[in-house]
Design a protein around this ligand. Structure first.
Ligand SMILES: Nc1ncnc2c1ncn2[C@@H]1O[C@H](COP(=O)(O)OP(=O)(O)OP(=O)(O)O)[C@@H](O)[C@H]1O
Length: 640
């Protein structure tokens, strides 16, 4: 396979696409405030492929995140310009494509579906017809050599799918279906074998050239071949800038400082030169001094307009020094002394809640997301089998344990038990899969929100709606099976009221699941919180504890309990109008269904009111879940 390797179309005499000066970034740690970036300045141009290198903990990812507007806490100072002007969050975010280290994609979707969804959401309908969007996806697939796997699922998390390198290229493609000016990749080679990693770098270089796109990436231990692909190197250590300039000139620069390369792989040489030695206090002190000296040398070097600092030159020749100097000085014209002396406190970052203007109509976003969510739900075959198993076992056990209920006193207890169990089974088997589906898609939601791909209301309505067919189909079948096998009252009105009550309970339960998933965010914690909350709510349903007899301090909880309303409605519906036989000489006997309802304290609200109040409770659950989604899954970035 061959890749193009032309020179960048951009020219260093043009305005840099991105320039930054005096970036300082502080974070709070237990030991106090820690500075993780120190006075970093630099710039990049269209068409350039830039590597950010350094040892582990050097500050590569932090620098990348600061440049792309993605740090979420701490204090950030300095100045960043996009196309020579102050960045505006709205247009900058749309022009920067950020590919995260982890491939945050949906495993069941195919490569084509993943890219098409991105194109449909991110390309404006006013400018692109549906066919043009598909053509664009095809072009991206061709450029990223993905055409042969277009119909393969993404896979991952134990599911079979495309290879790691292909998955990484899909992550890049998701961002490139639009026309960004800057492509940012965090460790794109991590977890890939060397040839896949090389292909990713080669293809990003090719795209940078073709689209005049500036690509910045952090990279760990690239091979010698990969190092040679980069146009520019930004080398950091301990949050300080050690070198920024043409990759080809990095080795001569260090040689002229007195550090000849002893390693055949330049990347290893750069890392060895700048790694902090933690083996002893003395070794650490010395290596920190060494890194500080290198950082000082580079500051002096660029302040002098690219002349090597007198103190640092030990083995370099003046000829090589002047050559390097001219390259770096021309690549960094804004490294002026006045910039370095700027009062950094003048330019501190604001925390910006980023809500970009919408690209397409609400309905378009909703429809694309609904189709995707529906595909995700129906391809989750283990969940579908689980719900089918729930239906079959419920029909068998509830139907036949309470088989053909009669009108004796024993049938009272059986009806009470059957209805209570059915109310519980309408929630447990649907709440847990919904929680797991929402939490597993949360990282994709945050990624897509960071890119401003859609409105939150469109996401929320589509996601919520996608669960209903999954719940309604198996529960309708289960309800019919149990109803006729157990022989609840054969009355059309009662049958449909019970079915409506079931649907409302499912609606409320799904809203509850959505809220828990967004509040807790971690599956293992949600699987503790949800059953504990549900079990405690069940105490107020009116079956285990008499509804009138609950201690007054806690009695109000029943009004927030979906089980209370649905159970009261089921009980009134089934027992209303029934008459029971009493055994001869029995002292306690229910003669009518109304006696049973009164005994359980479930007659406070009429059936219709129970169903309406449960619906209102469900709407409340969705409103809370929506608020939590907006608030807790919202990326807030420090912005300068
Ligand atoms: N929010 C934060 N709170 C505390 N420390 C932080 C924070 N952000 C970054 N750091 C620290 O800053 C240093 C640089 O982190 P960063 O993730 O940028 O390093 P890196 O070069 O990308 O490392 P690696 O290659 O191991 O991912 C690390 O020591 C890290 O612990």
């Amino acid at each position: 396979m061959s890749y193009s390797s032309t020179e960048p179309k951009g020219d260093s005499s043009n305005t840099p696409i991105l320039s930054w000066s005096n970036l300082n970034y502080d974070v709070k740690t237990k030991a106090g405030v820690r500075r993780v970036l120190h006075d970093i300045s630099g710039e990049v141009y269209p068409g350039e492929l830039v590597a950010i290198m350094g040892s582990s903990g050097a500050g590569k990812t932090t620098l990348l995140n600061v440049l792309s507007g993605r740090v979420q806490g701490g204090r950030l100072y300095g100045d960043i310009k996009f196309n020579g002007d102050k960045r505006n969050p709205h247009n900058f975010k749309r022009m920067v494509a950020y590919v995260e280290q982890d491939d945050l994609l949906f495993a069941p979707l195919t490569v084509n579906e993943t890219l098409t969804t991105s194109a449909q959401l991110r390309l404006p309908d006013t400018k692109y017809s549906s066919d043009e969007k598909h053509e664009r996806v095809d072009a991206v697939m061709r450029q990223l050599r993905l055409t042969h796997v277009r119909d393969s699922p993404i896979g991952g998390y134990g599911a079979r799918g495309v290879s790691g390198g292909e998955r990484k290229r899909v992550s890049i493609g998701v961002e490139l279906v639009t026309d960004p000016s800057i492509l940012v990749l965090d460790e794109p080679s991590s977890g890939l074998d060397s040839s896949s990693a090389e292909m990713v770098v080669a293809l990003t270089k090719e795209m940078s050239r073709e689209r005049n796109l500036c690509t910045l990436m952090t990279i760990h231990q690239p091979s010698t071949e990969m190092v040679q692909m980069f146009d520019k190197l930004i080398l950091v250590s301990q949050g300080k800038l050690i070198y920024m300039g043409p990759m080809k000139q990095a080795i001569p620069y260090f040689e002229s400082l007195g550090f000849p390369s002893t390693n055949p792989n330049p990347a290893n040489f750069f890392i060895d030169l700048t790694t902090i030695d933690f083996t002893s206090d003395e070794a650490m002190r010395k290596s920190e001094q060494h890194v500080q000296a290198l950082a000082d040398s580079f500051v002096e070097f660029r302040t002098n307009g690219g002349c090597l600092p007198s103190t640092a030159v030990s083995t370099g020749t003046s000829a090589s020094a002047s050559v390097i100097g001219s390259h770096i000085a021309s690549a960094a014209p804004s490294f002026a002394k006045s910039n370095l002396d700027m009062d950094i406190t003048q330019n501190a970052a604001d925390l910006v809640l980023y809500d970009p203007p919408a690209i397409n109509s609400w309905f378009n976003e909703f429809w694309v997301l609904l189709k995707r969510d529906w595909a995700l739900a129906v391809r989750n075959t283990s969940m579908l089998y689980g719900l089918a198993a729930m239906g079959i076992t419920t029909i068998i056990f509830l139907g036949f344990v309470f088989f053909q209920l009669k009108h004796d006193q024993a049938s009272v207890q059986n009806r009470v038990g059957a209805l209570f169990m059915f109310a519980l089974l309408c929630s447990y088997p649907i709440i847990f899969p919904v929680i797991s589906l929402i939490i597993s898609g949360r990282s994709v939601l945050v990624r897509e929100r960071s890119a401003g791909m859609y409105r939150m209301t469109a996401y929320f309505f589509a996601k919520s709606l996608s669960f209903f067919p999954l719940a309604i189909i198996p529960y309708t079948i289960t309800y019919i099976g149990v109803y006729f096998i157990a022989h609840f009252q054969y009355d059309a009105a009662k049958f449909f009221i019970g079915l409506a009550n079931t649907y409302v309970l499912l609606f409320t339960a799904i809203g509850f699941a959505f809220g828990i998933a967004m509040l807790v965010q971690r599956i293992e914690v949600a699987l503790i919180i949800a059953p504990v909350t549900m079990s405690n709510l069940i105490l107020f349903a009116g079956n285990l504890a008499n509804s009138h007899a609950v201690t007054p301090v806690l009695r109000w909880i029943k009004y927030l309990c979906m089980y209370y309303y649905s159970y009261a409605a089921f009980m009134q519906n089934e027992f209303g109008g029934l008459e029971f036989t009493c055994d001869e000489g029995s002292s306690s006997c229910y003669r009518t269904g109304e006696d049973v309802i009164e005994m359980y304290g479930l007659n406070a609200q009429a059936i219709w009111l129970c169903i309406v109040l449960n619906l209102v409770l469900g709407i409340g659950n969705y409103i809370i879940a929506y608020g939590l989604t907006r608030w807790l899954a919202k990326p807030r970035y420090l912005w300068i």
